[in-house]
Design a protein around this ligand. Structure first.
Ligand code: BEZ
Ligand code: FE
Length: 283
């Protein structure tokens, strides 16, 4: 069978095709599908493709709920100790986030409990990274992203691209994230129902942070105490990424962020590894 790929000019492609066919055949020998089951599988993949459009990525979702996205992430993001861990991108980072001033309120629909999100971007040795870019996006108080409700939410709701100040700090106003289900109105939802798996993700905010001379990181802040932290439908929780939300009564801190006391604060520092850092072996 491998001989059929022997003329593939691209060596990497040849390796991938050989391995893919070998593992697919092993899978079929193991499962011994009936003709009906095989056809059902093909129809499932067809429906998954047909569900995709500019704002719906059913194949990414399939990869996510199979744990494949997290495995690919682990293979490609072997972070040194101390650097912020990565996690899945998810299917909702599909528009460029609008550049916003530090302190801006990204909740354009005001749907949710207001909060301040703040942190510092640092290099692995602790140096604050001024001018770092922090891209933030999240779902609203109903657990839905702007692109899921184009007729209800303002465009670019709960999205913002921030640039850190001279001390590497960023801060913004938003709403407290809450748990929500991944979309279940497609073939992936059918699969979750057939296997009696729930579709929920714990409360989180998405981040992509990058700075000159450093590897960017795609990650989440997960909210401590949220439901589903131990059973995320897409297996993306890492304990190092869980943060508490605190109520602040300190007037000076409120003034720092341009809000009134009491206010909710989530702090999420981000540590980037320098691009010169050698990759770390997975244990
Ligand atoms: C998200 O967090 O936006 C997400 C991630 C994976 C699948 C669905 C949604
Ligand atoms: Fe999300």
């Amino acid at each position: 069978m491998n001989a059929s790929w022997q003329n593939t000019a691209d060596e990497r492609l040849k390796t991938i095709l050989n391995s893919l066919v070998e593992h697919l055949h092993d899978f079929l020998r193991d499962v011994e599908p009936t003709l009906d089951e095989w056809m059902q599988g093909l129809q499932f993949l067809t429906a998954t493709g047909q569900k995709c459009d500019d704002v719906r990525q059913e194949f990414i979702l399939l990869s996510d709920i199979l744990g494949v996205s997290m495995l690919v992430d682990a293979i490609n993001n072997r972070k040194p100790q101390g650097a912020t861990e990565s996690t899945v991108l998810g299917p909702f980072h599909m528009v460029d986030s609008p550049a916003r001033e530090l302190g801006a309120d990204i909740s354009l629909d005001g749907n949710g409990t207001p909060c301040v999100v703040a942190g510092q971007v640092r290099s692995l040795d602790g140096t604050p990274l001024a001018g770092a870019l922090v891209d933030v996006w999240q779902a609203n108080g109903d657990g839905l992203y702007d692109v899921q409700q184009p007729d209800k939410q303002p465009a670019l709701n709960l999205r913002g691209l921030f640039t850190t100040d001279d001390k590497g700090r960023y801060w913004l106003r938003s709403v407290v994230p809450r748990h929500y289900p991944v979309p279940t109105d497609g073939p992936v939802g059918d699969l979750l129902r057939a296997s009696q798996r729930h579709a929920y993700r714990p409360a989180h905010i998405h981040f992509i942070a990058g700075a000159q001379g450093h590897h960017p990181v795609t990650t989440h802040m997960f909210l401590d105490g949220s439901r589903y932290l131990d059973s995320d439908a897409v297996f993306a929780v890492k304990n190092e990424l869980i943060r508490s939300i605190v109520v602040i009564n300190d007037e000076a801190r409120a003034a720092e962020f341009g809000v009134q006391v009491p206010f909710h604060l989530i702090e999420f520092d981000i540590v980037l590894d320098p691009a010169t850092q050698q990759p770390v072996e997975l244990s």
